[in-house]
Design a protein around this ligand. Structure first.
Ligand SMILES: O=C(O)CCC(=O)C(=O)O
Ligand SMILES: [Fe+2]
Length: 240
């Protein structure tokens, strides 16, 4: 197992590589995926079709992330191409999550409540288990698993970009007694050193900027543990 957050391929258990006080019921593989040619040779080659199959999937979801981003920035009134170049050249981080069968799913979680440090995240799940916090109702809602359907949720960076108009989606994963659950999360980010700030078009006297700028590298260097319940999430450190 490796807990060096700057390594291109990381394996781990629980939440954040090797730093957790409480253990969560998950093993994961994390790697970069864009540009594909730069990373594919660093990926595992067992099973033998992993690189080919995952490579195709990564390209498709990257394309989808750009289309969704265009729709989001257009809805914010800052134009469909506002983020295009930055996101196109940005990092795509893939997490393959494996949640083994759990004898006591009532008292354990696969992943604690968290928001993703991404612009947006696209998740493919093998069976239900992903839940999102419905903020108005204050209740967890299970994301149904429709065959091959992808779940898309906004991450911290779109909250910052939109000055809080879009809220980063808080989510968690529950466990199953009978079988293993697999999910693939694709996180779409800007480049490592590229700072995300609030769109200046959305800031004026009546709507002052509510977030500090940050880069993906700032996030990697954030010494977080999984004490998220105590509010130690990265997005909270960005709020002005
Ligand atoms: O397993 C899932 O459905 C979601 C995983 C997740 O939230 C993550 O990897 O950040
Ligand atoms: Fe997540």
């Amino acid at each position: 197992m490796s807990n060096d957050v700057h390594k291109p391929v990381r394996y781990g258990t629980s939440f954040k590589d090797g730093t957790d006080k409480i253990q969560f019921w998950r093993v994961f593989l994390k790697h970069y995926a864009h540009p594909l040619a730069d990373w594919i040779n660093t990926w595992p080659n067992n099973p033998s079709n992993y690189r080919e199959t995952m490579g195709k999937y990564c390209k498709e979801v990257k394309k989808l992330s750009l289309e969704i981003t265009e729709a989001i920035t257009e809805s914010l009134g800052i134009g469909p191409t506002y983020m295009s170049n930055k996101l196109e050249d940005g990092l795509q981080v893939i997490t393959v999550n494996c949640y083994p069968p759990c004898p006591n799913p009532e008292i354990a979680l696969g992943l604690p409540p968290h928001s993703d440090y991404s612009c947006l995240t696209i998740v493919l799940q093998s069976c239900p288990g992903l839940e999102i916090m419905h903020t108005e109702e204050g209740a967890w809602k299970q994301v149904p698993q429709l065959h091959g359907a992808l779940q898309v949720h906004g991450g911290d960076h779109f909250e910052v970009l939109s000055n809080g108009l879009y809220k980063s989606v808080v989510h968690r994963t529950t466990l199953i007694r009978e079988r293993t659950r697999i999910s693939i999360a694709s996180l779409h980010n800007l480049g490592l050193d590229e700072k995300m700030g609030t769109a200046k078009e959305l800031v004026d006297e009546e709507h002052p900027g509510r977030y500090k700028e940050s880069s993906f590298k700032d996030f990697l260097n954030f010494p977080s543990t999984n004490d998220l319940a105590e509010g130690k999430s990265f997005i909270n450190t960005l709020k002005i």
